[in-house]
Design a protein. Structure first.
Length: 225
């Protein structure tokens, strides 16, 4: 166990993810304030042309040919900001467990356990969103401490180890995503990080299978001798 490497990996990835999470939380809070203000403006009193004050909301309801259309946000294809894609694709294991910033998270996820249901990320409950952000950051910290402390391989070059390569990619993507003019370009290193995660999962499955095969072959050779 290389705990120093684990702490370094944990710190670098938190440094890349936490500012983007805080930025998105601030945007969501501002969006909720604007939406509440807009709804209050719709329900305020208005003065008609005769000068009389009316308590009716500022909308017109047509009695005839009125149709009600209902839809679920789960049926729509959501459009995520580049910052969300960078954090999600750069921290796939933590993202899968938490389902952070997913519109309709499954019940088994941390987001589902916290009660973020059909409205998902657009929920008005700021406290639930804050709890999910904190839980996601904790998962990121644990994830990268373990990955950094227990590298799957020890190549000659640092970028030959998938954990180190993903960390560098996350840092580059976060630096681009924090710049408003260039944030769209951050999706490219985020996609590269997602493919690197496939590389990491492949090694995670291959190494124990390879070692078990070698142990079996070695045991058969000793028996034959």
């Amino acid at each position: 166990m290389n705990w120093r490497r684990g702490l370094l990996s944990c710190g670098m990835n938190l440094l890349a993810a936490v500012p983007l999470i805080c930025l998105l939380a601030a945007r969501d809070a501002q969006y909720m304030k604007d939406r509440e203000k807009h709804s209050e403006d719709k329900e305020r009193l208005w003065v008609d042309s005769s000068g009389a004050v009316s308590t009716a909301p500022t909308r017109i309801v047509q009695a005839r040919d009125e149709q009600t259309v209902t839809f679920s946000p789960c049926e729509l294809w959501p459009h995520y900001p580049p910052q969300v894609s960078v954090v999600q694709l750069g921290n796939l294991p933590a993202f899968v467990l938490s389902q952070w910033n997913v519109v309709c998270p499954p019940k088994w996820s941390i987001a589902g356990r916290l009660g973020i249901g059909e409205n998902g990320v657009f929920s008005n409950n700021v406290e639930l969103k804050y709890r999910l952000d904190v839980a996601f950051c904790l998962l990121i910290a644990v994830q990268w401490f373990l990955i950094g402390s227990f590298p799957l391989i020890w190549p000659k070059r640092w970028w030959g180890e998938p954990g180190a390569f993903i960390t560098a990619t996350n840092f580059v993507a976060a630096c681009i995503a924090i710049i408003p003019v260039l944030d769209g370009l951050a999706r490219l290193p985020a996609v590269i990080a997602s493919f690197a995660w496939l590389w990491w999962f492949g090694l995670l499955l291959w190494i124990p299978i390879h070692r078990a095969w070698q142990s079996t072959v070695g045991g058969l050779r000793r028996l034959s001798n």
